[in-house]
Design a protein around this ligand. Sequence first.
Ligand code: PLP
Length: 462
Amino acid sequence: MAQDTDATAAARARHERLAAADHRHLWHPFTQMQEWLAEDPIVVDSGDGVFLVDTLGRRSLDGVSSLWCNVHGHRVPEIDAAIVAQLGRIAHTTLLGLASTASIECAEELIRIAPAGLTRVFFSDAGATAAEIAIKMAYQHFQLRGDVERKEFVAIRGGYHGDTIGSVSVGGIDLFHRTFKPLLFPVRHAPQPHCYRCPLGKAWPDCAMACADEVEKVFEAHAGKVAALVIEPLVQGADGMIVQPEGYLRRMREICDRHGALLVCDEVATGFGRTGTMFAVEQEGVRPDILTVGKGLTGGYLPLAATLTTEEVFASFLGPFESRRTFFHGHTFTGNPLACAAATASMRLLRDRRILEGLPAKEAALARALEPLAAHPHVGEIRRRGLMVGIELVRERGTKEEYAFELRAGHQVTLEARRRGAILRPLGNVVVLMPPLAMTEAQLGDLGRITVASIEAAVARL
Ligand code: PLP
């Protein structure tokens, strides 16, 4: 007993030292640091399957997959072993002027599972860099083909593609992006396909997808000038899990085809089984010209992203050295072997463990656990595609009145969830659930029940 107390005291002392050092030196992303500095942080010390373990020894379900990227859980023997084996060979070598075993094997594995027609892989390190590459690739593709007026990009309001200047330009989340507007290149934004809060004031299905017509109008107004439409397929994640009506993505493909533009699908969040199929585009039978992936590519282990494209786009860049048709883009850690080894192992696990086959039962388990919220007076809508869930909290269900920004309704729910053993991270008033695909049905049930109890406790105080 005395030993236990000593151990607890030692853990507490260690936690306090680390928390103080965090407060002294770190600047956390997307975080109001003034508030952060006033709070005692959870300091994650280790992972164990789908649980995060903090410095005080508390175990919490990783309810948002460590920012939407974890697939198989933490400390997965097969991925750990692949990284260790790669470490025994080399940790990093460049793809500028050299090839590497790990990047070749990773690209092969990726193309094997990618939507048909995508055969070329350009590696980078983050979802944002994958988007930058997609934008520059689409732009240069048309320049090289002599279609020099195609310089413009169309994107969808509420979209999110990362935080670099190019990816913010095609992004459309006011709260995140407004400040930087003077730094961005102009992008034509079309209204969001948001059935719960339709920007056109219409209702699905009577609207006949008027939001898709709006996209086409943007193309018509800029005929012959659009290089690409950049879109998150099926679900706009960061704006609050906005699920598109069936057929919307197909319409986007048709519009791009009619207007000679490329379709860039950002599957950084939706890729690798997250929406129930390996890639979201499969559900609408859509073949993008460019596809970006990140997050779950390495199973959520290491920073690696990729921009995939077709032979047609690739061919535009071919020519003799002196033609300068080269794609002048790259990063120091492009195709990092450790990350590639993790990605290859993760993609093999997706296949070997038949992860996709198990998803319908898991989705059902989570949906069942969330059922008590279906008619809750402070839940406006539960949006779900695969294991991507957004629960929109509202002050009043009938009027859809929103909770005031400063109430931090979503944040209050996450604080309640922590007390109950789950780590969540909200998007404004939307409570997000993005569990690792490896979570069992029982664990998903627990996550759902914790979420219900946390919402009930939080809204009772708002
Ligand atoms: N694209 C989408 C759809 C995303 O959801 C995200 C991140 O949430 C990104 C791009 C940016 O990825 P990263 O944070 O790795 O730059």
